[in-house]
Design a protein around this ligand. Structure first.
Ligand SMILES: [Zn+2]
Length: 154
C-alpha cells in the first residue's frame, strides 16, 4: 500500500475535503495581504506568502522576480527561510496571495495554491503542514500531503 510522505498515515476524509478556516487562519491570510500591499512591485514582487509556525508565530515573504525567469524565488521559500532563521522552522499552516495584474478589473488580492515545487518544500519541512486554498465555496484548508500524494524521494 502506498502512503503519503514516507509512510505517514492517510488523512481522514474530512481533511481531504478541506477544513474550515479558524480565526488564526484568517489572520494568516491578512498577514500575507498586508505584506503584499506594502511590497507589491510589478514583476518583482507579485505574490506574498505567510507561514504560521507550530509555535504560533507568523513569517511572511514575497516572491522575488528575476530577469532570468527560472531564477525567481517563490514567496513561500522566502517566508520559510525567515521561519528557519528567526523561528522554529516549522510550518503549521501556509498561504499565498497574488496581487491583481495591472489590466485586471478585479482589484482584490486572491489566495493562490502553492506551485509544485513549493508543495515539495512544504512537505519536506513539515509533512503535517496545512495549506489554505480556494475551494468551490470559499477558502478552505488542506493537508499539504493531500496536494502532493507522491512526493519526490531521493
Ligand atoms: Zn512556489
Amino acid at each position: 500500500m502506498l502512503t503519503a510522505a514516507g509512510g505517514a498515515p492517510p488523512e481522514p476524509g474530512a481533511a481531504r475535503e478541506g477544513l474550515p478556516l479558524t480565526d488564526a487562519d484568517h489572520q494568516l491570510v491578512a498577514a500575507a495581504i498586508e505584506v503584499l500591499d506594502r511590497h507589491y512591485r510589478p514583476f518583482w514582487h507579485m505574490v506574498a506568502a505567510a507561514i504560521r509556525s507550530r509555535d504560533g508565530r507568523i513569517w511572511t515573504g514575497v516572491h522575488l522576480g528575476a530577469t532570468v525567469g527560472r531564477l525567481s524565488v517563490c514567496a513561500e521559500a522566502v517566508a520559510l527561510g525567515r521561519a528557519v532563521l528567526e523561528g522554529d522552522g516549522t510550518i503549521h499552516t501556509a498561504v499565498a496571495v497574488r496581487h491583481p495584474k495591472p489590466d485586471e478589473t478585479d482589484r482584490e488580492m486572491a489566495v493562490v495554491s502553492p506551485c509544485g515545487a513549493c508543495r515539495e518544500m512544504i512537505v519536506d519541512f513539515s509533512p503535517e503542514a496545512l495549506v489554505i486554498m480556494k475551494g468551490p465555496d470559499g477558502l478552505l484548508k488542506l493537508p499539504a500531503r493531500v496536494l502532493l500524494p507522491q512526493p519526490y524521494r531521493r
